[in-house]
Design a protein around this ligand. Structure first.
Ligand code: ADP
Ligand code: ADP
Length: 239
């Protein structure tokens, strides 16, 4: 059973811009899918239709077997719990600790008053430490987020999504503002979570070489359409 399925999905923005055109796409659980294409091709729109940050204009989107295009309230929050997302600019709270940032992933789908009052349990804190350990940044627990490098901040953002126990992680140009070395650390973390935890990963990238290196499958977009969809036959270390 597929974990993400787009059927005849179209998205036309209010100003008439075509975001997505006749998208049909099926993603299997545990796939590492990279979406490539030029700026404006629709990659971000495609991604945001998975967690319903954007509603499609027509068509059907199934996530983990659930039709998501008309979800509201609790069901929408449950979808967003299941689907973690990281962004080009990390979206961390810069002037607070790494721990606090990671913990905030836990309560982002809880009532707001809990996050305002910092009502974290011991179990939450243990989970935050474990999440940070998954991205090899446990020693940064009590540092301020803005004292970390860009790549480290992105990995904190990954740890934050792990607090949701996500089935899917969406990464929207996660390495666009990083240097080659920290790029690799971020991509390796995503690959590890994909391979060891079975999390389905969807990444938007500009770099085709990087896509070839990490993806199980690459789809290409142009002008809102899927123009390419191929598995990668790669000889891995385990072969
Ligand atoms: P990419 O992620 O590949 O750069 P996007 O999905 O961001 O592409 O954008 C696809 C197209 O939709 C572009 O033409 C973009 O300008 C347009 N677009 C994106 N978001 C909006 C919006 N909120 N309102 C209107 N047009 C938008
Ligand atoms: P991205 O890196 O996702 O391509 P953009 O810089 O294209 O980001 O867009 C930034 C924000 O502006 C997004 O929320 C996007 O939805 C919105 N946006 C993009 N293009 C347009 C547009 N033509 N009209 C209105 N909003 C847009």
């Amino acid at each position: 059973k597929s974990i993400i399925e787009f059927k005849d999905v179209n998205k036309i923005y209010d100003n008439g811009t075509v975001g997505l055109k006749d998208i049909n796409l099926t993603v299997q659980p545990g796939e590492f899918l990279v979406v490539v294409g030029l700026s404006g091709a629709g990659k971000s729109t495609l991604m945001r239709t998975i967690n319903q940050m954007h509603r499609p204009s027509s068509g059907s989107v199934l996530v983990d077997g659930v039709e998501v295009t008309d979800l509201k309230g609790r069901a929408l929050r449950e979808l967003r719990r299941k689907v973690g997302m990281i962004f080009q600019n990390f979206n961390l709270v810069k002037r607070t600790t790494v721990e606090h940032n990671v913990l905030s992933g836990k309560i982002s789908y809880y009532p707001t008053w809990k996050s305002l009052l910092n009502l974290y349990t011991k179990a939450d804190k243990l989970q935050a430490a474990e999440a940070l350990d998954r991205v090899n940044l446990l020693e940064k627990l009590y540092m301020r987020a803005d004292q970390l490098s860009g790549g480290q901040q992105q990995r904190v953002a990954i740890a934050r999504t792990l607090m949701q126990d996500p089935k899917i992680i969406l990464a929207d140009e996660p390495i666009a503002s990083l240097d080659p070395l920290t790029t690799r650390a971020v991509m390796n973390d995503l690959k590890k979570l994909n391979q060891e935890d079975g999390i389905t990963v969807v990444v938007n990238l500009h770099s085709v070489p990087l896509a070839l290196e990490y993806a199980d499958r690459i789809v290409g977009m142009r002008a809102g359409q899927l123009v390419y969809d191929e598995p990668i036959n790669r000889v891995t270390e385990s072969d």
